[in-house]
Design a protein around this ligand. Structure first.
Ligand SMILES: *[C@@H]1O[C@H](CO)[C@@H](O)[C@H](O)[C@H]1NC(C)=O
Ligand SMILES: *[C@@H]1O[C@H](CO)[C@@H](O)[C@H](O)[C@H]1NC(C)=O
Ligand SMILES: *[C@@H]1O[C@H](CO)[C@@H](O)[C@H](O)[C@H]1NC(C)=O
Ligand SMILES: *[C@@H]1O[C@H](CO)[C@@H](O)[C@H](O)[C@H]1NC(C)=O
Ligand SMILES: *[C@@H]1O[C@H](CO)[C@@H](O)[C@H](O)[C@H]1NC(C)=O
Length: 755
């Protein structure tokens, strides 16, 4: 580090050098540094001294605070980015996606007027969440989504009596959900999803609080933890106003409490992927506002639930339970609002009413692994929306087909396919599917960007987008090709986030193994190649605090951002005018010399760092395996060098090319082991960040399905991103690849449950 760099980023606060200041190699340098520091200490002093000291203490505990932090002693007067004040007191601190590293110091408690704290998407912010947080009595919003906090959620959060928004999702919290949260009578949003929480759902008892008291809470997002025990009958009452109950992906046992039928406001009920047993309460159909009902993957028994009267239902999934064997329930032909009906292994037999296929919004009917028999008749008023009908492994012995129906119909595994030529369309598992939606870059022509940048759809320039993944946890739609809907999202998003029209790029929507619609989002700056910090922390806030609302049919979402590559994070110097005016030409020349050396050193450092960053996402994969030469390994997926794949495809020669699409080209390759593979090579513009690429590889390597090609490995080097699949001689690879984005095909994957 040069003295200049250190001075610029972290001027010493009290006129002395802090321990982190550099060893100065030159007397002149030191002098300069003191001149600079003195210049900065002229402050207006409008900030309450306790608040100023608290902010400084937080700053000292964090790396990568915005460069404006510490530039003045007056965080309110000469503002520190992300800090807002009223009457000299700090009331708002929003530092979403700043790349903060470190822990949250207990000194946060000194900011006693703080109303809003947003530290979301700083995934290197770790350690325990300080119990002092309970002193922030004015806090209404606390968002720590997408950080790496661990340990217990402190009981003291229950002291934040004004709290209305609490997002602790996607951290590493352990322990139980504190019962004290039950005292938060103003709480509107409670999201603790995607942690490692265990124990029961707390209810009030002998004067001790519990979550049954949260009568103003609309959102219980507890999904993807390790919560245990039954869902308490006492948890729900008619005075509750919940609209989303997301309990899926836990280890809940016992029966579904009948009291759930009292929560008439409910719109999304996800209890799937638990160990629930017994019958579904018969009053479930009094929940007439529910759009999404997912009870799949439990051990529910008794009669197939009677959903008659639930006339807002869009998506229903009751798969993989132990319901009594029955014919199609009456509601199959009654609930005209349905978009998707999914009941796999439901022990259903007989006929499916034709009416189901004529519902105006129906997109998906998946009834695999039942005992439907006789003739499948879909009638002659099939809905225009219908995309996929799957009756895999049933007992159908004939089908009357409407010639007009040209979308996917899967009858493989039925007697009707026993004596058919193997190329009968409905008997094959691989069928034509359209590609998932992706924002068009057609206007930009064949432009290419460096690997760490992307093409802005509005300006067609290369820029560093703000990227992340949207997880729609209870979507009403199933059609990932619906451009009208995704374009509506692009439009509303750019307006709400204050971006120019056309600066939202969406791609790769697909249904994940846990029935989430996942969507890759890239947002582009209006000017230049970068967003500045103020913009990033604002956008991060709007997404982590649910200020942006997508079109209704997308339902509730979580957004998780990737780190943003600020140009100055590694200390790229940018001179402050105050520095330059104060010093002589001689000093200026000296400075320039220092800067020059510094820039060079920094560039080198940055380059090295970037190279490290690129490989970092793979660091968690164990490094072993003799066939990889010590390269990153993932169970089931092998690392390939670029050279090896180049050789296997005869330098990606045209003759080996077997397909191409928006993402790039697919080539046939022959590995030295003799294995034939298909290699999907991302082209410029469709490459992903290292983390997303890693996530994709992890996902693909976990999915094993007889309809899907298996991932053999991947290559991530020399600015190349390639996925290597088993070669499938029949059917085109593209179909198989796009199959991944179809829930219909993923429904009976043997993929591990997401952790
Ligand atoms: C619901 O609220 C009413 C009035 O506020 C109250 O009388 C009643 O006891 C409450 N019921 C339950 C089940 O909490
Ligand atoms: C299903 O529920 C509706 C409405 O509650 C009722 O009228 C109907 O008889 C029920 N059907 C069966 C088969 O129990
Ligand atoms: C379908 O299966 C049921 C139950 O096994 C049987 O009673 C019925 O006759 C079958 N229907 C046809 C059309 O084969
Ligand atoms: C299906 O048929 C309709 C007309 O009936 C046509 O517009 C549409 O493009 C066809 N779709 C496919 C995938 O072939
Ligand atoms: C950040 O960018 C926005 C929009 O381009 C601009 O209005 C604002 O002044 C910039 N803020 C800083 C601190 O540069």
């Amino acid at each position: 580090m040069t003295p200049f760099e250190a001075t610029h980023r972290r001027p010493a606060s009290k006129g002395v050098l802090t321990p982190s200041s550099p060893r100065c190699c030159m007397g002149t340098g030191l002098l300069l540094l003191l001149v600079f520091v003195a210049g900065l200490r002229v402050s207006h002093g409008t900030t309450d001294p306790t608040d100023a000291a608290a902010l400084r203490s937080l700053m000292d505990a964090w790396k990568n605070t915005p460069p404006s932090w510490g530039q003045s002693d007056d965080p309110c007067g000469t503002p520190w980015e992300g800090v807002r004040c009223r009457n000299s007191r700090v009331t708002v601190m929003t530092l979403s996606t700043m790349g903060l590293k470190g822990t949250l110091s207990g000194d946060i408690a000194q900011l006693s007027e703080l109303e809003s704290l947003d530290l979301s998407y700083n995934n290197e912010l770790r350690g325990q969440l300080t119990e002092n947080i309970g002193n922030l009595k004015k806090l209404t919003t606390l968002s720590l989504a997408g950080c790496s906090f661990s340990g217990k959620i402190p009981d003291e959060i229950g002291d934040l009596e004004k709290l209305s928004f609490l997002a602790l999702n996607s951290n590493k919290f352990t322990g139980t959900i504190p019962a004290s949260l039950g005292t938060l009578s103003k709480l509107y949003w409670l999201d603790v999803a995607d942690n490692q929480l265990t124990g029961p759902i707390p209810i009030s008892n002998n004067g001790a609080p519990g979550l049954d008291q949260l009568l103003n809470t609309k959102h219980f997002h507890f999904n993807k933890n390790q919560l245990l025990g039954p869902i308490p009958e006492q948890l729900f009452s008619s005075n509750m106003t919940l609209i989303h109950i997301l309990f899926h992906g836990n280890q809940l046992t016992g029966e579904i409490p009948a009291s759930i039928g009292l929560v008439k406001s409910l719109q999304v009920l996800r209890l799937d992927r638990n160990f629930l047993k017994g019958s579904v309460p018969s009053n479930i159909n009094s929940l007439t506002n529910i759009n999404e009902l997912n009870l799949a993957n439990n051990q529910l028994s008794g009669p197939m639930p009677n959903l008659t009267g639930m006339n807002s239902l869009n998506h229903v999934d009751l798969s993989n339970n132990k319901f009594d064997s029955s014919e199609s329930p009456a509601w199959f032909s009654q609930i005209e609002s349905l978009t998707a009906l999914v009941i796999q292994s439901g022990r259903l037999y007989g006929q499916v009413p034709e009416k189901l296929f004529s519902f105006p919004q129906i997109q998906e009917v998946i009834l695999d692994d039942n005992k439907f028999n006789g003739t499948l008749a879909m009638g002659n008023s099939i809905s225009q929306q219908l995309q996929i009908v799957s009756f895999k492994n049933n007992a159908l012995d004939s089908v009357t087909l409407q010639p007009r129906y040209n979308m996917t119909l899967i009858l493989a595994g039925n007697p009707v396919c026993n004596n058919q030529p193997s190329d009968t369309t409905y008997c094959s598992l691989q069928q034509k599917q359209s590609l998932p939606y992706s924002t068009s870059l057609a206007n930009c022509g064949p432009k290419q960007c460096p690997p760490d940048q992307s093409l802005s759809p509005s300006k067609c320039n290369c820029a560093y987008p703000y990227e992340g993944v949207m997880f729609f946890v209870g979507p009403r739609i199933r059609d990932v090709t619906d451009s009208t809907l995704f374009q509506e999202m692009e439009r509303t998003m750019s307006i709400k986030l204050g971006l120019e029209p056309g600066s939202v790029f969406l791609e790769n929507p697909f249904f994940s193994g846990d029935s989430y619609l996942q969507l890759q989002v890239k947002l582009f700056p209006s000017d230049g190649r970068y967003f500045n910090r103020s913009e990033i922390l604002r956008i991060g806030f709007d997404l982590s605090n649910q200020i942006y609302r997508p079109p209704e049919s997308f339902g509730p979402y979580n957004f998780i951002a990737s780190p943003y590559p600020f140009p100055d994070v590694e200390g790229r110097p940018s001179m402050s005018p105050g520095l330059i005016t104060g010093i002589s030409v001689g000093c200026a020349l000296l400075v320039l010399g220092l800067v020059g050396a510094g820039v060079y050193a920094l560039r080198q450092k940055k380059r090295a760092q970037r190279a490290m960053e690129l490989s970092k996402p793979f660091a968690s994969w164990t490094r072993s395996g003799e066939d990889s030469g010590g390269a990153p390994q993932l169970k089931g997926a092998r690392w390939f060098s670029f050279d090896e794949l180049k050789k296997s495809t005869d330098n990606f020669s045209e003759t080996n090319q077997i397909g191409s699409g928006g993402y790039g080209k697919v080539s046939r390759g022959l590995l030295s082991s003799g294995q034939l593979v298909a290699i999907k090579r991302a082209q410029e513009g469709s490459k992903q960040g290292a983390l997303e690429f890693k996530t994709e590889v992890e996902l693909l390597s976990r999915v094993h399905h007889k309809n899907l090609v298996t991932l053999v490995g991947f290559c991530f080097e020399q600015e190349e991103q390639m996925l290597v699949y088993e070669f499938m001689p029949n059917g085109t690879l593209r179909e198989s690849l796009s199959g991944l984005s179809r829930s219909g095909v993923l429904h009976d994957t043997t993929a591990d449950r997401e952790e």
